[in-house]
Design a protein around this ligand. Structure first.
Ligand code: CP3
Length: 354
């Protein structure tokens, strides 16, 4: 493998010194970019885009041609695992993800196969290898997965949900069935992330998008404990470097201390928490990623710059900050505003790293 030219993202995740604060964006490849929309048009549908290593590689690289991001993220989706378990994922226009089959009882859970990396999900590891080759050491590549709890919500509901009625009913009525499902998912996610690491992912992020809908004890029992289990089973090193793990629980601000103690190297923050307060609560034990409100990108370059300055000031001097949005970029953002964002992070952060 060629040596990494820009490793500030990996260094910041490990709490090491950097020249400027590294930055990337959740959903950095996506519909706000006209070139993404063109490639997606060519692919036909979203899953064909994910399943073609060449096209997945192309859209992964698109944002890096425009912006000075310090990391690339594999273009794929968290729902590839339930799809590989036979649930039949599809995307109907304007409605988000849907499954042909749902998982609602003990029999459904027992019938779920553990996906095979060598066949069912080979398109993901093939994409990782190809992206690494094309990146040619310019920036590191992030692999990812959904958390078991977040994957379970989609598998049980059969789609996105506002109230998570079926998932929560199953959790409260038959916790043992929910645990059996989460346990299976934790095994699948561990194998999946390790396969991405073996194929060349240099850091991994676990997206726990729906952990924040749980009560405090339910978050511990049904979400965090399975993420902890996954982290303990991940390869700690690859290519002679640590492979840092980022845990992002949306709306997880109440539980920062326990997330920081999960074994993760970095806690992803949404925009509702003040990053300086998060740092004061968990100290320098782990690094922090975040946390600008993605909606700021609808404003002007001047307001974006001011908000970047405010967040850098709130975090303060020292190591362990990866700049990001507090959740994914949305489709209606003007691509020029993203340049203003990325450039502001690099320009304004230098004085915090002297
Ligand atoms: O960050 C990146 O650039 C990597 C790519 C990525 C996608 N999805 C591409 C995508 C990542 C990391 C994800 C994760 C994902 N997928 C999550 C967790 C992160 C989060 O945002 O909370 C979730 C919950 C999903 C499930 C999912 N996939 C939903 C709800 C949707 C529909 C979203 C929408 O706005 O319609 C998807 C589709 C999807 N995944 C798109 C992209 C770029 C849009 C598909 C399109 O082109 O129409």
């Amino acid at each position: 493998m060629v040596p990494l030219k820009n490793d500030r993202f990996l260094r910041a995740l490990m709490g090491e010194s950097v020249d400027v604060t590294p930055v990337w964006m959740m959903r950095q490849a996506g519909r706000y970019l006209p070139e993404y929309r063109a490639t997606r048009e060519k692919a036909g549908d979203f899953m064909s885009l994910c399943q073609s290593p060449e096209l997945a590689c192309e859209v992964t690289l698109q944002p890096l041609r425009r912006y000075a991001f310090d990391a690339a993220i594999l273009f794929s989706d968290i729902l590839t695992i339930p799809d590989a378990m036979g649930l039949g994922l599809y995307f109907s226009t304007g409605e988000g993800p849907r499954f042909r089959k749902t998982v609602r009882n003990q029999q459904d859970v027992a019938a779920l196969p553990i996906p095979d990396m060598g066949s069912d999900l080979k398109y993901v590891t093939d994409a990782v290898s190809l992206i690494r080759r094309e990146l040619n050491g310019s920036v590191p590549l992030i692999g990812f997965s959904g958390s078991p709890w977040t994957l379970a919500t989609y598998m049980i509901e059969g789609s996105g949900s506002k109230d998570f009625r079926h998932a929560k009913a199953l959790m409260y009525n038959q916790p043992e069935v929910m645990h059996a499902l989460l346990d299976k998912l934790a095994s699948a996610v561990t194998v999946y992330l390790n396969a991405q690491i073996e194929a060349g992912a240099q850091a991994v992020q676990i997206f726990d998008t729906w952990g924040g809908i749980l009560t405090t004890p339910a978050y511990e029992a049904f979400s965090l404990s399975y993420m902890r289990k996954i982290i303990s089973g991940l390869h700690k090193e690859s290519e002679g470097r640590p492979v840092p793990v980022i845990v992002f629980t949306k709306n997880g601000g109440l539980w920062l201390e326990s997330i920081a103690a999960s074994g993760a190297n970095c806690v992803g923050l949404d925009w509702t928490i003040e990053i300086g307060q998060a740092r004061a609560r968990i100290g320098d034990k782990v690094s922090l990623q975040g946390n600008m409100d993605p909606a700021i990108l609808y404003s002007s370059p001047a307001s974006i710059r001011a908000e970047v300055a405010r967040i850098l000031e709130s975090f303060g001097s020292g190591n362990g900050h990866v700049f990001n949005l507090g959740h994914g970029i949305t489709p209606h953002v003007d691509p020029d505003n993203v340049s203003a964002f990325v450039d502001a992070v690099h320009e304004l952060s230098a004085s915090y790293h002297r």
